[in-house]
Design a protein around this ligand. Structure first.
Ligand code: MN
Length: 287
C-alpha cells in the first residue's frame, strides 16, 4: 500500500486534491472508513474506496454500485488514495482526473474475512458496508485477466433490492447538492465562464456542460408524476447530522420490515457520526 502512484499522477500545484500525509497517521478509532465518490471526468464513474492499512484501496466502477444481487458491476482497481481523500469534493481543473468529484456515499466498513491482505491476494473480499446509501453485505471478486478487473456484487440480504440507487439517490452526502452545485460553490469563476461561454479550459467546460445536461435530464425525470423525490438520502442525512437524531434511511424494498427497522438505527447513527466526528484527515481538504 503506497501513495507513490497517486502522487506521481497529479500536479498538486493545480489540483485541489489532497496529497496525503508523508507518514499516514494512525487513527485512534477502530472503525474502518469507506466512501464512494461520483466522478464526472471524461466518463462518469463511481470511485469505491475502502480504508485499509492507512490508505484507501480504490476501484473505479463505471456504472456505480447496484443493489440487485444479480447485477455484477465492473470495478477497475486503481491506485491507492490517501485517507484524506475520503471527504474530498470539488473540481479538478486539469490533468489526471480532470472533472468534478462528489462525495456520493460515506460510512464505515467491516471485512467479513479474517485476513484482508489474503483476501485481496486471492481476489475475493467479502465485506459489510454501513453507509448512508450502501448497506449490508457485498463482495469484490477479481475476474482474472490483467488483475485490475474486479466485480462489485451485492449479496442477498435485507438491503438488496431492485432499486436503482444511483438514480434514486444521485446527490452528495456532504453538501447535499449535485455536480453543478459543486462547480458553482467550489469553482464560481468556472461556473460563470460556463454560463457566459467565455473563459475556462475547453476540456473542463465540456465536463461542466455534461453536468448541466445530467441535471436537466434528472429534472425532467423528477417532473414526471411517478418519479421518486430527488435524493431523500442526502436530505435526511444532512438533517440527521445537524440534529444528531437517527433518521430513516432509504432502504430498498426490504422483504422484512421488522428486520430492516431493527437494523436501521445502527448504520444510520454510524453514518451520521462518520460525517461529523469521524471525518478523515483535515476538516477541509488542502487547496
Ligand atoms: Mn475517478
Amino acid at each position: 500500500m503506497s501513495l507513490k502512484e497517486y502522487r506521481a499522477k497529479r500536479n498538486f500545484s493545480v489540483s485541489p486534491e489532497p496529497q496525503g500525509a508523508a507518514t499516514p497517521k494512525a487513527r485512534r478509532v477502530r472503525e474502518l472508513f469507506f466512501c464512494v465518490q461520483k466522478h464526472l471526468a471524461s466518463h462518469l464513474h463511481y470511485d469505491f474506496r475502502l480504508e485499509h492499512d492507512g490508505v484507501l484501496l480504490s476501484w473505479a466502477v463505471p456504472k456505480g454500485p447496484a443493489l440487485d444481487p444479480t447485477v455484477k458491476r465492473l470495478a477497475m482497481k486503481v491506485e491507492d488514495h490517501p485517507i484524506e481523500y475520503g471527504d474530498f469534493e470539488g473540481v479538478i481543473p486539469e490533468g489526471y482526473g480532470m472533472g468534478i468529484v462528489m462525495l456520493w456515499d460515506q460510512g464505515t466498513w467491516e471485512p467479513l474475512v479474517d485476513d484482508v491482505n489474503a483476501a485481496l491476494k486471492k481476489g475475493d473480499l467479502k465485506l459489510q458496508l454501513h453507509g448512508v446509501k450502501l448497506k449490508g453485505s457485498w463482495a469484490l471478486i477479481r475476474t482474472g485477466g490483467d488483475g485490475r478487473s474486479w466485480l462489485l456484487i451485492k449479496h442477498r440480504d435485507e438491503w438488496a433490492g431492485p432499486l436503482d440507487i444511483a438514480t434514486f439517490a444521485p446527490l452528495s452526502v456532504k453538501s447535499g447538492g449535485d455536480l453543478t452545485d459543486i462547480v458553482a460553490s467550489e469553482s464560481p469563476s468556472l461556473w460563470q465562464s460556463n454560463r457566459a461561454g467565455t473563459a475556462g479550459s475547453a476540456g473542463l467546460l465540456k465536463i461542466v456542460e455534461k453536468a448541466v445536461a445530467l441535471k436537466a435530464e434528472r429534472d425532467a425525470q423528477t417532473a414526471r408524476p411517478d418519479a421518486p423525490a430527488a435524493d431523500p438520502a442526502a436530505r435526511r442525512h444532512s438533517s440527521a447530522a445537524k440534529t444528531r437524531k437517527p433518521a430513516p434511511s432509504p432502504a430498498p424494498k426490504a422483504p422484512s420490515t421488522t428486520a430492516a427497522s431493527t437494523k436501521r438505527s445502527r448504520p444510520r447513527t454510524r453514518a451520521a457520526s462518520g460525517r461529523a466526528a469521524r471525518s478523515p484527515g483535515a476538516k477541509n481538504p488542502p487547496r
